[in-house]
Design a protein around this ligand. Structure first.
Ligand code: GDP
Ligand code: MG
Length: 472
C-alpha cells in the first residue's frame, strides 16, 4: 500500500531530528503580557532541556521583547537578520522557536535565516515520537504529527511555494526545469495531502476503538468499585519513579522529558484504606498545544475518570510553582481540576534541609523522595485520609454463603469490628461510596433508617431505598 511508505512500524518518520547531535540555536519572543506564568529565561531553559532530550546540542539562545510576535517572521526583522549572521558564525543546523509558529512565519524565517526552523510543538512531537512504546502511544503521536504537518505541507520545497495558479498539474509534465517540475510537484503535493488526510481518518478510527476498549475496562473497574488514583505532574517530576516505588512494577524511568506516554495501571494497597488502582500518566508541559491534548485523549481520559489525583511536584526545581500551576491549568482544560488531590513534593533527598519545604502551597502536600523512599508511608497515609473522605460508614451482616463480600469489605474497605453471629458475619467499618449498592441489602444501619427516611432524603438513602425495593 502507498500509505505504508510514510509509516515505518505504524509511525511516521520524525519531523525534526533525523540525525543525532544537530547543533541548535534557540530563540523566544518575550511577549510581555502581565498574565504570563513563565518568564522567558525559564521557558528557554526548559526548551534547551527539551532540545537536548531530542538529541540536539544547544549552541546559543536569544530572546526578544516584543509587544506581540511579528506576524511575518515571528521575530522582528532586526533579530531575524542577527540570527542569519549567527548562522554564518556558529554554523547551527536548526533554529528552534519557543512557541508554536504559523506555517508562514516558519517559512519566512527560514528564508531570512537560511537554516531549518522548527517550533516548540514540533520538538515536543519529536520527543513524543521517540518515547511512544505501545501501539496506542504510537498511534496518538502519529496523529498529532500528521495534523501538525498537514497545514505546513506547502512550505516544504521552495520551488513549490512560488508556483501560482491551479492546484492540478498535468501528471505527465517534462522532467528537469521549473516548468517540468511544477506540474508533477503540485500533483505530488495534492497526493501527499490526500494520503495524509486518509491516514488521519484511519488513525482516528483506530484510536476510537482504543478508547472504547479503555472505556470498557474502566466500566469493569467501576463495577469492582476499586478507586482509581491517577499520578499526574509536570514532565520529569518523578511520576514514574514514584509509581515504580509504590508498585514495584518496573515502569520505564528516564532522565528525559516525556519518558512515559502510555499509562500503566497497577493495584496497590494503602495501609489504612484498602486497595486502589494507581495509574501512571504522560507528563504535562507548558504551551502544550490543544491539538496535542486532543490526540492524547485516550490516555488523558484515565486522568479525567480518576477518583483522586496524586500530583508529583519536583519541589527542588526552581520553577516548581510554575510547573504545578501549569499542571492545574491542563487539568482545568481537561475538566479534572476539582478532583480531590494529594501532592507528593518529590526529590527532597536533593535538599540539604528537607524541613524547609513549604507544604502550605499545595493541597494535601507530603514531602517525599521517590528515589530513597523517604516520606512514602506518610504519603500513602495521606492518600488514605483523602480516600476516607469518600468512604461511608457501614455496618453489615453478611450471610455465611457470602464469603466473597466479607473478603471485598476487607480488601476495599476498612474493617473496625468483625464478629461471627448465628446468621452470618457482622462487619463494622467504612466502605468506598461506589460499593454501597453491592452491600445495600445487607446493611443493618441503612435498613433501619431508610424505612423512616423520605425517599428524597439523600442520594445514599435513595440508592438504598431502590436497592431494598429491588431485593425484597
Ligand atoms: P516523570 O517524567 O515524572 O515520569 O519522571 P521520572 O520518574 O522518569 O523521573 C525523572 C528523573 O528524576 C529521573 O532521572 C529520576 O531518577 C529522577 N528522580 C525521580 N524521583 C527522584 C527523587 O526522589 N530524587 C531524585 N534525586 N531524583 C529523582
Ligand atoms: Mg514518566
Amino acid at each position: 500500500m502507498e500509505g505504508a511508505k510514510t509509516a515505518k512500524n505504524g509511525r511516521s518518520p520524525n519531523l525534526t531530528m533525523e540525525n543525532r547531535g544537530e547543533r541548535a540555536f534557540l530563540a523566544a519572543v518575550d511577549a510581555d503580557h502581565d498574565d504570563a506564568l513563565w518568564n522567558v529565561d525559564d521557558s528557554l531553559a526548559e526548551l534547551a532541556s527539551l532540545a537536548r532530550t531530542a538529541g540536539a546540542e544547544v549552541v546559543g539562545t536569544l530572546s526578544q521583547r516584543l509587544r506581540k510576535p511579528d506576524p511575518v517572521t515571528y521575530l522582528g526583522k532586526g533579530r531575524a537578520n542577527e540570527l542569519a549572521q549567527l548562522h554564518d558564525e556558529l554554523d547551527y543546523d536548526l533554529l528552534i522557536l519557543d512557541d508554536e509558529l504559523a506555517p508562514s512565519q516558519q517559512r519566512n524565517l527560514e528564508e531570512v535565516v537560511g537554516a531549518r526552523v522548527i517550533d516548540r510543538t514540533a520538538l515536543i512531537l519529536d520527543i513524543f515520537a521517540q518515547h511512544a512504546h505501545t501501539r496506542e502511544g504510537q498511534l496518538q503521536v502519529e496523529l498529532a504529527q500528521l495534523e501538525y504537518r498537514l497545514p505546513r505541507l506547502t512550505g516544504r520545497g521552495r520551488a513549490m511555494s512560488r508556483v501560482g495558479g491551479g492546484s492540478r498539474g498535468s501528471g505527465g509534465g517534462g522532467v528537469g526545469g521549473a516548468i517540468g517540475v511544477r506540474g508533477p510537484g503540485e500533483t505530488k503535493l495534492e497526493i501527499d495531502r490526500r494520503r495524509i488526510r486518509s491516514r488521519i481518518a484511519e488513525l482516528k478510527r483506530e484510536l476510537e476503538s482504543v478508547r472504547q476498549v479503555r472505556g470498557q475496562q474502566r466500566r469493569q473497574r467501576g463495577a469492582q468499585a476499586i478507586p482509581v488514583v491517577a499520578v499526574v505532574g509536570y514532565t520529569n517530576a518523578g511520576k514514574s519513579t514514584l509509581f515504580n516505588k509504590l508498585t514495584a512494577a518496573g515502569v520505564l524511568v528516564e532522565d528525559k522529558l516525556f519518558a512515559t506516554l502510555d499509562p500503566t495501571t497497577r493495584h496497590i494497597t494503602l495501609p489504612t484504606h484498602g486497595e486502589v488502582l494507581l495509574t501512571d500518566t504522560v507528563g504535562f508541559i507548558q504551551k502544550l498545544p490543544t491539538s496535542l491534548i486532543a490526540a492524547f485523549r485516550a490516555t488523558l481520559e484515565e486522568v479525567i475518570e480518576a477518583d483522586i489525583l496524586l500530583e508529583v511536584v519536583d519541589v527542588t526545581h526552581e520553577n516548581a510553582i510554575e510547573q504545578s500551576q501549569t499542571v492545574s491549568d491542563v487539568l482545568e482544560e481537561l475538566g479534572a481540576a476539582d478532583k480531590p488531590r494529594v501532592t507528593a513534593l518529590n526529590k527532597i533527598d536533593l535538599l540539604a534541609d528537607p524541613s524547609v519545604v513549604d507544604t502550605s502551597l499545595y493541597p494535601n502536600a507530603v514531602p517525599v523522595s521517590a528515589l530513597t523512599g523517604a516520606g512514602l508511608n506518610a504519603l500513602l497515609v495521606r492518600l488514605g485520609q483523602v480516600m476516607a473522605e469518600r468512604m461511608v460508614r457501614a455496618r453489615v451482616l453478611l450471610p455465611y454463603d457470602r464469603g466473597d463480600l466479607v473478603e471485598t469489605f476487607h480488601r476495599r474497605g476498612h474493617v473496625e469490628e468483625e464478629r461471627q453471629e448465628p446468621e452470618g458475619t457482622l462487619l463494622v467499618g467504612a466502605l468506598p461510596q461506589p460499593l454501597l449498592a453491592t452491600f445495600g441489602p445487607f446493611r443493618l444501619d441503612v435498613r433501619r433508617t431508610s424505612r423512616r427516611r423520605t425517599p428524597h432524603a439523600t442520594v445514599e438513602g435513595q440508592a438504598h431505598a431502590g436497592e431494598l425495593a429491588a431485593s425484597e
